[in-house]
Design a protein. Structure first.
Lengths: 838, 92
């Protein structure tokens, strides 16, 4: 690789030259990235200093590198700390892989914006491939003027492809706010060069030579990316240890570990997360890591690659079908059906075929197409859709492995395994030997993530949103997972374990007893009857609830009846569904149908709506229905068709204004008149917005009942997202503020002779039952499996005691104190209760 | 454009959260020669040190700018931008 002529690099901008050591940035000044020059620019279009291929251009447009035919690589970096502008003020004029002539415009930037918003406009041009050079200019330079003469042929050889058996590090989560951009990438590459081993950095399916700054930057990492280091050679082990330490510490950048600031007092032996599925377990750590896939970009001919993709897609579809058949009727089966649909997505296939037509390999084309869509999903700012991105990534991996012929080997799980992963995918868990798994801990995901759904279906405890340091725990280390508390205790002592095991045994015993007595009504010891009804979303759930002693339906989530539809169900179809549910209940039981509760946070395919900046404060529930009255009219008509088969109640969600109630009532009256109904069904509202709770005395005369949605009421009262990884533990419905709003609501309703139910998650918590009954709540609508437990809890209580405890907790300061008080009360009642005296 | 509007709105609602960025032209860092090459003190709407190496000035009338005069008075580089904005490259 000896060039015949010395290479002259031209000034990429007009401006004033500055010695590199003067640059107020240690990474550039120390020449860690490479030697070169610095220009304080007076022009705003960065042009190519040499002819070559764009080997990398950052998405943020502030840095670009060119490699010429002799391997000379030149990096240009506009401004200092400009990565923080996230692309604003920069316009990229070229693309990666494009061949450019010397002098060709590469990036346009707004110098005034950069000067006002970044640390500096000082622009660097560095020969990163390491050839020596001599400067040709000084002081003021004009764009295109020769500035450096590069001596050819003396460059540092880059490490060859990884040879022999490579060692892999555990997956790490990048802490750097802007990923591995130029500065941290340089620090990493510099450190890697100190080792003789060949070292690679892996991000999902991509990998980069860790000794090459440009290769690292080309990974385009962002904060939170999961990366791995691999090394092969004599000092591989030491190299991995050193680089892992460096990456965790931010490669010279100040990083804040997400858990550090808010939990300074926690001992390092306790990690916190959000409860995704209740329960507790003692077991040993099993880290779940994905194999690294090698993808070649170039295909072996379009026809061959097309056939390979088609074959793998067909095989994946078949495999998903088999998984569904194995898991008929479960949540798992539903997920795999959704995956099959993703495989047929036309835009995805179109993108992949487009890349195949460009001569790319099937693996590359498929990977690129799915990755792009995953990114799109994640960028929509919607938690639900972002979690579907995980599904797409999963199905993408499945096909990719088929293309590459990689066998999925089943994990060799130890007994009592607690699985720990960045994120668990449906495919990973499908072949799981669930007899050996006791719980799940993930860094990503929330209460609606796949792992949460799976864990609840299996009845195993799970926590999400745990700090990434959990991924560093050694396999086989003993841990105590207490999902109810949202904690993972490392190396627990024997007393803690025994306490937990005893509690579990008691729970089991109690549960069996409660199940046996499910049919017994929920009457307190002093003779007060509390109606315990079910929260349901389908006819099978209604039937199941009756078997478990449910006394009716306190909440039918109508939006769930047609969740998987692309088109609105026909009026007849809707009417048939409501009628079937009403018939199942019979004329002696309540059926409370909540009208469509959808919005930006809960999208419904057949009710398209624009993305909202803040969906929880946007067009949700009744607001959306009144915006599209035809939808509400049709639903009322369908619900009214079931009148007479059960004690029909209609409930409006998210009511915050009286006018919403009046408007909805008028529409209901019109529809009832059209159908010739003499009597209207009962009409009530959900109390889930503080305004409705505070004005309950004004609403009460106009409704037949209230039902309190404690989840939203808590979120709106405390202004905390209940799925927020760090706030979730405080967004607690036991907060006295929430309980006071419930108190206000009940008093107002009873003053007007109306009943009040609670259909939120609080009603399904045994601990909350005494305070809710004490506050005067008439009906508890709970999740189906918990009906026996809640009924049994009611039977152990005295109304008079409950009233006293309720008054007491209203005066407490915070949720934790309320929980503590209720726990003490519970302990007292349980002792005297016949249930545990077995 | 929209962003500016939004920002203005936001600032009006929460004055304590958005820092004032407009630096008042207080102490004059520019020499008499530089000032005169910029068209005189009355031609200067604002001046502000930015980006470590620059003084950003805003001129009433950019036509009165004398680039050669600025260089002669020790300014290493001059960047004339739209809207009467001029960056004077004064170095570190």
């Amino acid at each position: 690789m000896i060039a015949t002529q010395p290479l002259e690099l031209r000034a990429p901008l007009s401006g004033v030259l500055l010695a590199l050591d003067k640059v107020p940035d240690p990474v550039f000044a120390s020449r860690m990235i490479g030697d070169g020059l610095c220009i304080d620019p007076t022009s705003q279009t960065l042009c190519a200093p040499l002819a070559g291929v764009i080997s990398n251009i950052q998405d943020t447009g502030h840095a670009v590198s060119i490699t010429d035919d002799n391997g000379v690589q030149v990096l240009m970096h506009i401004g200092l700390d400009t990565v923080s502008l996230a692309g604003k003020g920069f316009t990229r004029l070229v693309e990666e892989g494009q061949r450019v002539e010397a002098g060709q415009a590469l990036i346009e930037f707004d110098a005034d914006y950069v000067a006002l918003n970044a640390r500096s406009v000082l622009t660097l041009m560095l020969v990163v491939s390491g050839e020596p050079f001599t400067p040709l200019a000084n002081g003021l330079v004009e764009l295109g003027q020769p500035v450096l003469q590069v001596a050819p042929g003396n460059r540092i050889e880059e490490a060859d492809e990884e040879e022999g058996d490579a060692l892999f590090s555990r997956p790490l989560t990048l802490p750097n706010a802007n990923g591995l951009h130029a500065r941290p990438a340089a620090v990493l590459a510099q450190a890697a060069k100190a080792f003789s081993a060949s070292i690679y950095l892996h991000k999902q399916t991509q990998s980069a030579n860790a000794k090459s700054l440009v290769a690292i930057m080309a990974l385009q990492t962002v904060q939170g990316d999961s990366v791995q280091v691999s090394a092969a050679g004599e000092d591989a082990e030491a190299a991995i240890a050193a680089l892992v330490a460096l990456l965790t510490q931010g490669c010279g950048e100040a990083v804040t570990t997400p858990t550090a600031p808010e939990q300074p007092v926690l001992p390092a032996t306790l990690l916190r997360g959000v409860c995704a599925s209740p329960g507790a377990a003692f077991g040993q750590v099993f880290q779940v890591a994905e194999p690294v896939l090698n993808i070649t970009e170039q295909g072996a001919g379009q026809a061959v690659e097309q056939a390979a993709l088609a074959r793998s897609l067909a095989a994946a579809t078949q495999a998903l079908q088999a998984l569904q058949d194995d898991a008929v009727g479960s949540a798992q089966a539903e997920i795999f059906r959704a995956h099959q649909e993703l495989l047929e997505d036309p835009t995805l296939l179109e993108q992949a075929h487009g890349l195949l037509a460009e001569g790319k390999s099937a693996a590359f084309a498929w990977n690129r197409a799915t990755a792009a869509t995953v990114e799109l999903f994640q960028g929509l700012g919607n938690a639900l859709i972002a979690e579907r991105a995980a599904d797409l990534a999963d199905v993408g991996q499945r096909v990719l492995k088929l293309i590459l012929g990689i066998q999925d080997s089943a994990w060799d799980l130890p007994e009592r395994a607690i699985l720990i992963a960045e994120q668990l995918t449906p495919s990973q868990t499908a072949s799981l030997d669930t007899r050996k798994v006791l719980g799940f801990v993930t860094v990503g995901g929330g209460a609606t993530s796949h792992v949460a759904i799976l864990a609840r279906a299996l009845g195993l405890p799970a926590i999400c949103g745990v700090s990434p340091e959990v991924l560093a725990l050694a396999n086989a280390r003993y841990v105590l997972l207490d999902a109810d508390q949202g904690t993972l205790q490392l190396d627990p002592d024997l007393a803690q374990i025994e306490q937990l095991e005893t509690a579990r045994a008691q729970q089991l015993l109690r549960h069996q007893r409660d199940m046996a007595q499910a049919g017994v009504p929920a009457i307190t010891r002093d003779g007060h009857h509390v109606e315990v009804t079910a929260n349901v979303a389908s006819l099978p759930e209604v039937e199941q609830s009756l078997g478990l002693g449910g006394e009716g339906v306190g909440l039918l989530r109508s939006e769930f009846l047609y969740l998987d539809r692309n088109r609105a169900p026909s009026p007849d179809e809707q009417a048939a569904t409501y009628t079937a549910i009403a018939r199942a209940l019979g004329t002696e039981r309540n059926l409370v149908v909540r009208t469509l509760d959808v919005g930006g946070d809960k999208p419904l395919a057949y009710v398209p709506m624009d993305a909202e900046n803040n969906p929880f404060l946007g067009l949700r529930g009744i607001r959306l229905c009144l915006e599209r009255p035809q939808l509400l009219r049709e639903q009322f008509r369908a619900i009214l068709a079931s009148a007479g088969f059960a004690r029909l109640h209609i409930m409006l969600p998210m009511v915050s204004l009286l006018s919403e109630l009046h408007l909805a009532r008028r529409i209901l009256q019109e529809e009832a008149a059209t159908l010739g109904l003499a009597t209207l069904p009962k009409l009530g509202i959900m109390i889930e917005v503080p305004s409705a709770a505070l004005m309950a005395d004004v609403f009460a005369p106009h409704v037949d009942f209230f039902s309190i949605g404690t989840n939203d009421l808590t979120q709106y009262t405390l202004a905390m997202d209940r799925d927020h990884p760090r706030l979730a533990s405080q967004a607690d419905s036991f907060h006295p503020a929430v309980l006071r709003l419930i108190d206000t609501t009940v008093k107002a309703a009873h003053a007007h002779g109306k009943w009040v139910g609670v259909c939120g998650a609080l009603a399904s918590e045994a601990l909350a039952v005494p305070v809710l009954i004490g506050l005067g709540v008439d009906e508890l609508s709970v999740s189906v499996p918990l009906i026996p437990t809640i009924k049994a809890t009611v039977r152990e209580l005295d109304l008079a005691d409950c009233q006293i405890i309720a008054r007491q907790v209203l005066g407490l300061e915070e949720a934790a104190q309320v929980r503590e008080a209720l726990r003490m009360y519970q302990a007292a009642t349980v002792e005297t209760s016949p249930v545990v005296e077995l | 454009m929209f962003e500016k509007l939004q920002r203005a709105f936001w600032k009006a609602l929460t004055p304590d959260l958005v820092a004032e960025t407009v630096a008042a032209p207080t102490q004059n860092e520019l020499s008499a020669e530089v000032l005169s090459a910029l068209g005189g003190a009355d031609n200067l709407k604002s001046q502000q040190r930015v980006a470590l190496t620059r003084v950003r000035v805003q001129l009433e009338d950019a036509g009165r700018l004398d680039e050669a005069g600025l260089r002669a008075s020790g300014i290493a580089g001059v960047m004339v931008l739209p809207g009467g904005v001029v960056h004077l490259l004064t170095g570190l």
